[in-house]
Design a protein around this ligand. Structure first.
Ligand code: CA
Length: 220
């Protein structure tokens, strides 16, 4: 899952990026409003964490511009002070949720999962597909009730494919969900993850569409 973090405080930004990268997110971290606005025009993100007080362009302005373009990217706003007026302004400008600093990484994680789930119109916290069950909170995968040993990146690939069941995802689309700008992508990384997933979950789940990408059939 690709996430844009916009935060000018180096300590908070570094902590959030490190924590969310360990959770398997591909995190692009930007420290001013203008570069965030540019990134939003060129990259496809699944989630955004947005500080309100930013150099060059405020978080509220970024949010207003985003929503003016009918972009429904889920946005969690970070506010420095917990005043009712601040929260109302943020939510009215199109934020989906907010957290007041200082916050715990666990709560941030839980809120991001809930935001993503709501955005996907999924009411259950787990993703079910046939015999496979995937839990984004615990990072556990089971097949016919039996736990499957799976790496963070394999989990991320599987989640992307299951959430987009019926749609073919290209290799570059999957790479975008796995790697941030600062991370080096190994040329055959996606193929390797798919190979491992097939070994663990059976060869019929993920189909290769030659020259296009990978697809999981819609669950009947
Ligand atoms: Ca700030």
């Amino acid at each position: 899952m690709r996430l844009l973090l916009v935060e000018d405080d180096p300590l908070i930004g570094d902590g959030v990026r490190t924590g969310l990268t360990q959770e398997g997110y591909a995190v692009d971290w930007l420290k001013d409003g203008r570069s965030a606005e540019q990134a939003l025009q060129t990259e496809d993100y699944d989630l955004m964490i947005l500080d309100l007080g930013l150099p060059k362009m405020s978080g509220l302005e970024i949010l207003e511009r985003l929503r003016a373009k009918q972009n429904d990217l889920p946005v969690l706003v970070l506010t420095a002070k917990d005043t009712v007026a601040d929260r109302i302004t943020g939510l009215d400008c199109g934020a989906d949720d907010y957290l007041v600093k200082p916050f715990s990484l666990d709560e941030l994680n839980a809120r991001l999962r809930a935001l993503h789930r709501r955005h996907r119109a999924r009411s259950s916290p787990t993703i079910q597909h046939g015999a496979i069950s995937l839990d984004p909170a615990s990072h556990e995968v089971t097949c016919d009730g039996a736990p499957v040993n799976i790496s963070a990146r394999e989990f991320a690939v599987l989640q992307m494919l299951l959430e987009n069941a019926g749609k073919v995802l290209s290799r570059s689309r999957i790479e975008e969900g796995l790697y941030a700008w600062n991370e080096e992508v190994e040329s055959n990384a996606v193929e390797v993850h798919i190979h491992h997933l097939r070994k663990k979950l059976g060869t019929s789940l993920i189909r290769t569409i030659r020259g296009v990408g990978y697809v999981v059939q819609k669950d009947q």
